[in-house]
Design a protein around this ligand. Structure first.
Ligand code: 1PR
Length: 580
């Protein structure tokens, strides 16, 4: 949500419309009317085609494919809002806010949607706002602002305070504390739902009547609001697996029916995530397959040196989702060679996967500016946009980020033109992962190199006690004059929202994560770090979470070897309990 405007017109107008309801600092002047009979009488029965239609307010600032997929998956049809009247005539309206607060308000104000939205909500018609769709209901936001919001709820949207080391964005699975009946959040007390945001609203006396749940991340913030038929959630139900689908189902199937009072639970803590990674590439027969290497070598070295084929990407992703993966990543490992948008099978894989997988999807490989054979230039932003439209929630940049960081460290200038900067500016930091592919380089003394070293737990082959981690590009094929530590700090400054920290030495070895490396990097940055490479046993996940401050652990081989995720998930739950 921290992206700046994605405006097509460039005309800014953040003035609140005279039609909008008056704000009250006490929160007491706005009284929703009784719901209309139509919205009340239909419970979970789809009695007519109108009842099975959900109106979606997609103002075109990002990917809402996942929300669409989830709604369709639950058996509903979607009608897109084309004009303000479509809002007013909606039977139930879903508003999955994406992108930046200012950009969203600008679009809503320009085309009359803001007025229609306020009238619809004033009438207490069934409404579900998601993420930015919750924040926009408040008075204003500090995101690139202050910027006025719809002003329906007292409160200011502000950024999480990272000054005391809190990792921002807040990315991952957290639990919420239910504070009042909402009718849609029953049974989710103690269950994890998926958040991804840098901005939040704090509870106050003025907005307390609206709050239906809070969440804890450094502080208690509003995770959902409810009044009458108006609901909004800061988390992403469409990315929260079965729990999220049940929330959506309840909203779509019910009107304002009230349910049992839920008990308030204890404060939550962001859970450590387990990410399933699928390295994909086109094999020698031209099929897109899941493969997996040892120290980045994906050839069989027998049977004609073929690329290892572990199965079909869509099927495997679906299986890992069912087994409980918190996220799924696709890395197109030869994307650096070709033009990614020429890789239509990869786009198709994303589209198909996102129809049935309701946890975050990341895609990486080859994201950079590109000029094709006919001289047509494609910006990395266009490439990323196509991935987002096809169902990705995050994109991962490898080689291009290394070159960008090198340039930044050399000149000290942020050009704003790199892939990393452009994509994070438009889609938000939380949508951009930088994937680092470092190789361990032993040295006798930290003075031997200009890069940050660590004292290694296990000395090198000649008794060396230190190592630095050399970044590579093109799938480990080329070493670069930059260390993982220097790269991580640079890409954080340039706008990365997360770091995927691989290690070529450990990749595919099943001997455990490189704890020295992961400690080094996770202590150097304030954005979340995903530990990757080397998991071979459930204990390796416990070890990395206990010994480092990594936010997530990614693995590939262990899952491909059918060592089930579910066992690991049980262990992860235990680890999280111990870490609280
Ligand atoms: O440089 O922007 O085109 O991105 C290429 C992407 O593809 C990078 O994210 C890079 O890490 C990845 N990649 C390139 N070549 C390979 C290869 O294996 N030959 N895969 C490759 C990297 C590393 C992890 C792996 C973990 C866990 N694979 O993704 O899944 O190491 O494995 P394990 O649990 O089996 O040990 P660009």
């Amino acid at each position: 949500m921290e992206a700046p405007p994605l405006s097509s017109s460039g005309v800014a107008s953040h003035l609140r419309s005279p039609l909008l309801p008056r704000l009250s600092n006490t929160g007491g002047t706005w009284n929703p009317r009784k719901p209309c009979s139509k919205s009340k009488k239909h419970l979970s029965i789809r009695a007519s085609s109108q009842d099975s239609t959900v109106t979606l307010l997609d103002y075109g600032a990002g990917n809402v494919r996942s929300v669409r997929n989830a709604i369709r998956y639950l058996g509903f049809d979607i009608k897109d809002v084309q004009k303000p009247e479509d809002i007013l005539s909606a039977n139930r309206l879903v508003f999955p806010g994406v992108g930046a607060f200012a950009a969203a308000m600008e679009v809503l104000n320009q085309n009359g949607m803001a007025d229609a939205l306020c009238m619809y909500i004033e009438k207490d018609r069934p409404f579900l706002g998601i993420c930015l769709g919750l924040q926009l209901l408040f008075e204003s936001s500090e995101e690139n602002g202050p910027v006025k919001g719809l002003g329906l709820i007292p409160g200011v949207v502000g950024r999480f305070d990272s000054s005391s080391g809190l990792r921002v964005p807040h990315i991952g699975w957290n639990t919420v504390q239910i504070t009042k009946d909402s009718g849609i959040l029953d049974d989710i007390e103690g269950q994890h739902v998926y958040f991804v945001h840098s901005y939040r609203v704090l509870p106050s006396d003025a907005n307390k009547d609206w709050i239906s749940s809070t969440c804890n991340y450094g502080e208690s913030f509003i995770s959902s609001i409810t009044r009458g038929n108006i609901h909004a959630v800061q988390f992403h139900p469409e990315k929260s697996g079965d729990v999220g689908l049940s929330i959506l189902r309840k909203f779509l199937n019910t009107s304002s029916s009230k349910t049992k009072k839920l008990a308030c639970g204890k404060a939550s803590k962001l859970a450590k995530r387990v990410i399933s990674c699928l390295d994909v590439r086109t094999n020698d027969k031209g099929d897109l397959v899941v493969t997996k290497g040892d120290q980045y070598d994906v050839r069989e070295h027998r049977d004609g040196d073929e690329v290892r084929n572990l199965g079909k990407p869509v099927e495997l992703a679906g299986q890992y989702y069912k087994d409980g993966a918190d996220e799924v990543s696709f890395l197109n490992i030869t994307g650096f060679r070709d033009f990614p948008l020429g890789d239509l099978p990869m786009l198709q894989v994303l589209r198909c996967t996102s129809e049935n997988v309701f946890v975050p999807l990341t895609v990486g490989g080859g994201i950079r500016d590109f000029t094709d054979g006919s001289g047509r230039h494609y910006s990395s932003l266009e490439v990323a946009s196509e991935y987002f439209r096809s169902g990705a929630d995050k994109i991962s940049i490898g080689s291009d980020a290394v070159l960008t960081a090198e340039e930044y460290l050399r000149t000290g200038v942020k050009t704003g033109k790199s892939s990393l900067e452009q994509i994070s500016r438009v889609y938000g930091n939380q949508a951009v992962v930088v994937s680092i592919d470092p190789r361990r380089m032993y040295v006798r003394s930290p003075d031997d190199v200009e890069f940050k070293t660590v004292k290694v737990t296990t000395p090198g082959p000649f008794g060396e006690e230190y190592a630095w981690y050399q970044c590579t590009v093109s799938g480990g094929r080329e070493g670069r004059p930059i260390g993982a530590y220097e790269l991580a700090k640079a890409v954080e400054e340039l706008g990365a929202g997360e770091i995927l920290l691989n290690c070529i030495d450990c990749d595919g070895q099943g001997q455990g994560f490189d704890i020295d490396l992961i400690k080094l990097i996770s202590e150097a940055v304030t954005i979340p770090v995903i530990a990757s490479s080397g998991a071979g046993a459930v204990e390796h996940f416990s070890e990395v979470f206990k010994k480092t401050s990594a936010s997530a652990a990614l693995a590939a081989g262990i899952f491909h070897r059918k060592e089930t995720l579910s066992k690991l998930k049980q262990e992860a739950v235990q680890i999280n309990l111990e870490l609280v």
